[in-house]
Write a protein that binds this ligand. Structure first.
Ligand SMILES: NC(=O)c1ccc[n+]([C@@H]2O[C@H](COP(=O)([O-])OP(=O)(O)OC[C@H]3O[C@@H](n4cnc5c(N)ncnc54)[C@H](OP(=O)(O)O)[C@@H]3O)[C@@H](O)[C@H]2O)c1
Length: 260
């Protein structure tokens, strides 16, 4: 497994990120979900992504209870826009995650420049800033779901957004607002500015043939401007496949860096 700095955040993450968005599809109890997270941790996956809206913070929290908190980096999100509800979301996340801090807190699914710039989220942003000042949150960022073009301009240029979770896959499937080539330029620009970059929809939320999964996942790991490849693993077989590809990618990148 490769471990690297998440942009300039000061956090060290595993390049394979456990996307816990659909963990409940296969893990019907919190304990079963925690077991999957711990299995991934045993395989070296130390970066975990969840959200208030996924309902899986308690699953991660049950795993956190059984380990040392500093073994992992947790990224979570809230989609609420007003100050008080965002502050309540952060406190709820801390409780559900059984932790006294959140490594990365994201504004969930910024969908237009106005959403970020014209103060629609300013209340939530203020609650994030206060939580950071109070030590409850370490790093602030956003996810952009499927949007590129002006949404990427807005989030990249925002000086307080230190992490971006964005869509990227080998055919640019699910991207709205621009081409894959242009989107990859946005990602590169954000990466060069020192933002932490995670990519999602790498296997199009499962909408590709099973036999093609390794190719699409490898494409994600070949994207050098992505610090983290977020895969929505729901079964142990996903963990085994994705960890194997992550390890092969780590070996390849090490050989390349030594040769350079
Ligand atoms: N706006 C946002 O912030 C946002 C939005 C969406 C997702 N996310 C994050 O990104 C994560 C990934 O979600 P995504 O929508 O991008 O999905 P994805 O990772 O592109 O696809 C995940 C789905 O692909 C299928 N799959 C088959 N083989 C797999 C393998 N080896 N590894 C992983 N998945 C495999 C599974 O579906 P089947 O079980 O149906 O085969 C799985 O549920 C989420 O868990 C969440 O953490 C964030």
């Amino acid at each position: 497994m490769e471990y690297l700095n998440y942009g300039k955040t000061g956090l060290e993450i595993s390049r394979l990120c456990y996307g816990a968005g659909r963990l409940q599809d296969t893990c019907k109890t919190i304990e079963a979900g925690a077991k999957m997270m711990l299995k991934a941790l045993d395989e070296g996956v130390t970066f975990w992504d969840t959200a208030e809206g996924y309902g899986t913070q308690p699953h991660l929290g049950e795993a956190v209870r059984q380990i040392n908190r500093d073994e992992i980096v947790i990224q979570t999100k809230t989609a609420v826009k007003e100050h008080d509800s965002a502050a309540a979301s952060i406190d709820k996340a801390l409780k559900e995650l059984q932790s006294d801090y959140i490594d990365v807190m994201l504004l969930h699914a910024i969908s237009s420049p106005d959403d970020l710039l014209n103060r629609e989220r300013e209340g939530a942003f203020d609650a994030f800033r206060e939580a950071k000042a109070a030590g409850k949150v370490r790093i602030i960022g956003c996810s952009t779901h499927v949007y590129t073009g002006p949404v990427m301009d807005a989030v990249i240029d925002h000086p307080e957004i230190d992490v971006i979770l964005t869509t990227a896959n080998k055919e640019g499937r699910m991207l709205e607002g621009g081409t894959l080539d242009k989107h990859l330029e946005y990602i590169e620009r954000a990466y060069n500015l020192g933002k932490g970059i995670s990519i999602m929809k790498v296997v199009v939320a499962g909408d590709i043939p099973e036999e093609d999964m390794p190719d699409w996942i490898e494409w994600g790991f070949n994207l050098d401007t992505a610090h983290a490849i977020n895969l929505g693993m729901t079964k142990e077989s996903h963990i085994n496949l994705d960890v194997g590809i992550a390890r092969a990618s780590a070996r390849k990148r090490l050989i390349q860096s030594k040769a350079a």
